[in-house]
Ligand binder design. Structure first.
Ligand code: GAP
Length: 561
């Protein structure tokens, strides 16, 4: 049994308690599962799964969470998220974002950047290239170790993650009946037993059926592997031995397409921060403790992309490397501060706090340089999974890059007059995963005046459309002119929409589903009476009169405060 190794973020990869050879054969999933941030996947997917394949929740959630198909359906219906290449039948692990989706994503990124960079004086930003020198990925450990174990079924041509394919030995009165296999899920024990029962009936055996403990395919011996049935065919003999599958996408840079031109699409944004550490220190007035933030695309050739945008092959990360003193007493309070900060930031943008929990990685699973790792897990409709990681990862990456590049990564501390390579706390979250958590938190079905409605209660700060302006009727020029005037005024500051089509109730419903927090109706009172408009709040559906003059200030308070 491997005892663990690590990387944070599945990154720099070293073993704590195993020899180098064993380490090299360790899978990234083991690395990532133990080391860092990715919780064990409850997936049972294969390479050919539908892009929208969704796991069953392992157990009923203690809190009310909307079903996944409702979220997927509203996202498609209202133009948040589409399958990539949909006209060609989709492309597993890739997604496109429609008019509302791109607004929501941009607002998530803007809120993060504003709160993590602009509103702090100890964090600055960078935007590093997606493709960098392949030496980066050799030094960080990704070339050798960022892999998952996979197994192919030669018969069905399906591919599985070996650590998600489970098997057991079935015996009747101590005599071998055969082997059963199941894909990882919350109900795999029951499934394995049901399959074994069927085998026993088919073999017309009498006696007591026993099933050995379920193990994953990486734990099968060479003799056992040919006896384990493929989940696709139910027959043994077609599964290959597990092979390491590097998750980095390769490309070639320059006119030659040989091994000398191989480069990688970055699998995380973090390394671009580390490689710019010296540039930032020498060009900005930062002093330890300080952070460097980055938002950008990352690419992983996931064997089992799954659960909508939860695990995809192209995604976006928002990461901070927060550099701290190497003093032994510095990292613990810094890590705790970051975890608390993340919890309150997520709540501030509308992620339901009761769906968040901490997952503190066990100490024996950490590498020698990774001192601690705390994930924030979220109760997604398909179960509790990692939303965000926080790792105290020592000075591993800077040291690796210093050794590989020959450039010092030391920092001179003016206050203590000491030179050192800083240690780092790394909060890291995926934009897409956060978008899914925001949508899960926001999705609500309720009843208004006996009519059911679907409403996305997205925080006004993140809402794609901030307000909608309606003329009560479209055949009264003064009303239309006033509504257009208000719309154009608001449009200078926010993304707002003008809608003159259909009954007011229907217009409200359209905006509720799009997550628009405010609807403004211009009516006869506006032009003939006191110059007020009706302001209708999405969540409470309350309506009140507000003067046009106060409108902008009110929206600013609600959206930007
Ligand atoms: N630099 C640290 C790092 O990359 P990670 O746990 O592998 O660590 C950090 O990833 C975050 O990125 C995760 O918590 C998750 O929010 C997001 N993420 C990782 N892999 C993803 C994927 N395949 N699809 C969507 N988001 C992903």
């Amino acid at each position: 049994m491997l005892t663990l190794l690590v990387s944070t973020c599945g990154m720099g990869i070293q073993t704590a308690r195993m020899p180098p050879a064993a380490f090299l054969s360790a899978s990234a999933s083991q690395l990532r599962r133990c080391a860092s941030r990715r919780l064990a996947v409850k997936a049972s997917a294969t390479e050919t799964v539908e892009p929208a394949a969704v796991d069953e929740p392992a157990a009923a959630s203690a809190h009310k969470v909307p079903p996944m198909d409702a979220i997927v359906s509203v996202c498609k219906r209202r133009g948040f998220i589409f399958q990539s290449s949909e006209v060609y039948g989709g492309y597993a692990g890739f997604f496109d974002f429609g008019p509302l989706g791109v607004e929501l994503r941009n607002n998530i990124k803007k809120a993060w950047w504003r709160d993590m960079v602009h509103r702090r004086d100890d964090i600055v930003g960078v935007d590093s290239s997606i493709i960098g020198s392949p030496q980066i990925w050799r030094a960080s450990g990704h070339v050798d170790g960022f892999s998952d174990p996979m197994v192919d079924c030669k018969e069905s041509k399906l591919r599985y993650r070996a650590d998600q394919l489970f098997w057991a030995r079935a015996e009747v009165d101590g005599e071998l009946l055969g082997y059963v296999s199941v894909l990882e899920s919350g109900t795999m024990e029951e499934e394995a037993r049901a399959t074994a029962d069927k085998m026993k009936r088919k073999a017309k055996k009498q006696g007591t059926l026993t099933l050995s403990e379920l193990k994953d395919y990486t734990e099968a011996s060479e003799e056992e592997q040919p006896l384990i049935p493929s989940p696709a065919t139910g027959e043994p003999g077609s599964l290959t031995p597990p092979r390491e599958f590097n998750l980095m996408f390769q490309t070639n840079v320059g006119p030659l397409s040989d091994t000398s031109s191989v480069a990688y699409l970055r699998p995380e944004t973090a390394q671009g921060i580390f490689t710019n550490f010296k540039n930032v220190v020498s060009t900005s007035r930062v002093k330890v403790p300080f952070g460097i933030a980055q938002i950008g695309k990352a690419f992983r050739n996931e064997i089992t992309p799954r659960n909508f945008i939860f695990r995809s092959r192209e995604f976006e990360q928002m990461e901070i490397e927060y550099f701290i003193s190497p003093d032994d007493d510095a990292w613990q309070p810094a890590l705790e501060t970051w975890v608390q900060r993340s919890e309150s930031w997520l709540a501030s943008i509308g992620v339901r706090p009761e769906l968040l929990s901490r997952d503190v990685h066990e100490e024996h699973k950490l590498a020698h340089y990774a001192r601690a790792c705390t994930d924030l897990a979220f109760e997604f409709p398909f179960g509790k999974q990692e939303l965000m990681g926080h790792a105290a990862r020592g000075n591993y990456d800077l040291t690796q890059h210093a050794a590989a590049s020959g450039k010092s990564m030391e920092y001179f501390d003016d206050a203590t007059k000491q030179k050192y390579v800083p240690h780092v706390i790394e909060p890291s979250i995926g934009v897409d995963r956060l978008m899914l958590a925001v949508l899960t938190s926001a999705y609500t079905e309720d009843e208004i005046d006996g009519e059911s409605r679907t409403v996305l209660k997205i925080h006004p700060r993140l809402a794609p459309i901030k307000a909608a302006v309606f003329p009560l009727v479209k055949n009264k020029p003064e009303i239309v002119a006033k509504a257009t005037e208000i719309f154009e005024k608001l449009q200078r500051r926010y993304y707002v929409q003008y809608d003159a089509t259909g009954a007011i109730g229907r217009r409200y419903r359209r905006m509720d589903e799009a997550g628009t927090p405010f609807c403004i109706t211009v009516d006869f009172d506006t032009i003939e009476g006191d110059g007020t408009v009706t302001l209708r709040e999405r969540d409470s559906t309350e309506q009140r009169r507000i003067s046009v003059a106060d409108l902008m200030e009110y929206l600013e308070e609600q959206i930007d405060a």
